[in-house]
Design a protein around this ligand. Structure first.
Ligand code: BDR
Ligand code: CA
Length: 314
């Protein structure tokens, strides 16, 4: 298989972030240049540790993990322990990592990498609040035209919000960063709740991970058993939405998803709708189309891909 994607994963693990990272590490088409951690689901000290735990679970203690922003650009940090547990990765017992945290700041790593690598060669997979990416774009605007694309999990439109009636968690936590990213002129592929709420971790699908009979398979099943308990109650579904792996699955099999180019604006002024992604799906304005917004997904195909890929990990 040929190498198609050089990526940096910006993340706040998070059980679903963890599965997204595992999917990337299991896929020969993808080279992970580094993982940058951001505060989000839990504070930064936990997200960077969790990122390292996941690398080691996948047998990839050689990867580089960088710590980034401790809080959003303007607003105070909002976390989601009520979903992810106290550690952010509640569920399996994962050992404390022995691989080091890099001493370079995540924002410096992003800038250095994008300035060094060929123009248009790097994809950023954004799985958390967009603080690190906005900071990099603000500090070194010359990186913008060098980014191949930002594929992000965030926002929602037809489906509404999950943390307020209007807003999805990643965008809500740092709406100012999200606004800066959507306005940067970088190609964006957006996986909103409209997609991720269709990708449900049903009991049968989780069993398939456990049945792999590997350390990664059992840990994934334990992560998802914990993760889905909150959303199953909230939405009354069999399983919870597996948000972040949609980003990596898009790189591997874009045909699993369908959407259209739209204008997306982020609300930063109104407390009522703070962090709402206003998507001009019907093209009722002449505002520029700044994102490919996904709306549908082949969820069976998605889980087939994920299960088949995770099977190659230890
Ligand atoms: C997003 O918020 C986090 O809780 C998940 O990791 C995902 O990135 C879903 O709204
Ligand atoms: Ca996340």
């Amino acid at each position: 298989m040929t190498l198609n994607h050089k990526i940096v994963i910006d993340t706040d693990p998070g059980q679903d972030d963890a599965v997204a990272i595992l999917l990337a590490l299991a896929s020969p088409e993808i080279e992970v240049l580094g993982i940058t951690a951001v505060a989000g689901n839990v504070p930064l000290a936990l997200t960077e540790t969790n990122a390292r735990k996941i690398c080691e679970l996948a047998g990839r203690g050689d990867l580089k993990v960088f710590a980034g922003a401790q809080r959003p650009l303007v607003r105070p940090l909002v976390t989601a322990e009520y979903v992810h547990g106290k550690t952010g990765l509640d569920g399996p017992e994962l050992p404390e990592p022995s691989m080091p945290l890099q001493t370079t700041h995540a924002v410096d790593f992003l800038i250095e990498t994008l300035m060094r690598e060929d123009v248009g060669s790097i994809t950023i997979c954004a799985l958390g609040p967009l603080t690190n990416i906005a900071l990099a774009l603000i500090r070194e605007p010359d990186i913008a035209p060098r980014i191949r694309q930002i594929v992000l999990m965030g926002g929602g439109f037809f489906e509404g919000g999950n943390v307020t009636p209007a807003a999805e968690f990643n965008i809500y936590v740092d709406p100012h960063a999200a606004k800066a990213v959507y306005e940067a002129g970088v190609p964006i592929v957006m996986m909103p709740l409209d997609v991720t709420h269709k990708v449900l971790t049903t009991a049968k699908r989780v069993e398939a991970f456990r049945a792999l009979g590997t350390k990664t398979g059992s840990a994934t099943a334990a992560l998802l058993d914990f993760f889905e308990r909150f959303d199953e109650e909230k939405y009354g579904t069999d399983g919870g939405p597996l948000h972040d792996p949609c980003v990596v699955a898009y790189l591997l099999k874009p045909d699993l998803f369908d959407g259209r180019e739209c204008n997306v604006e982020v609300e930063t002024m109104s407390e009522l709708t703070m962090g709402m992604t206003v998507i001009d799906w019907w093209g009722v304005t002449d505002r520029p189309r700044n994102a490919l917004v996904m709306r549908t997904v082949d969820h069976d195909g998605f889980f087939e891909l994920l299960t088949e890929r995770l099977a190659v990990l230890p």
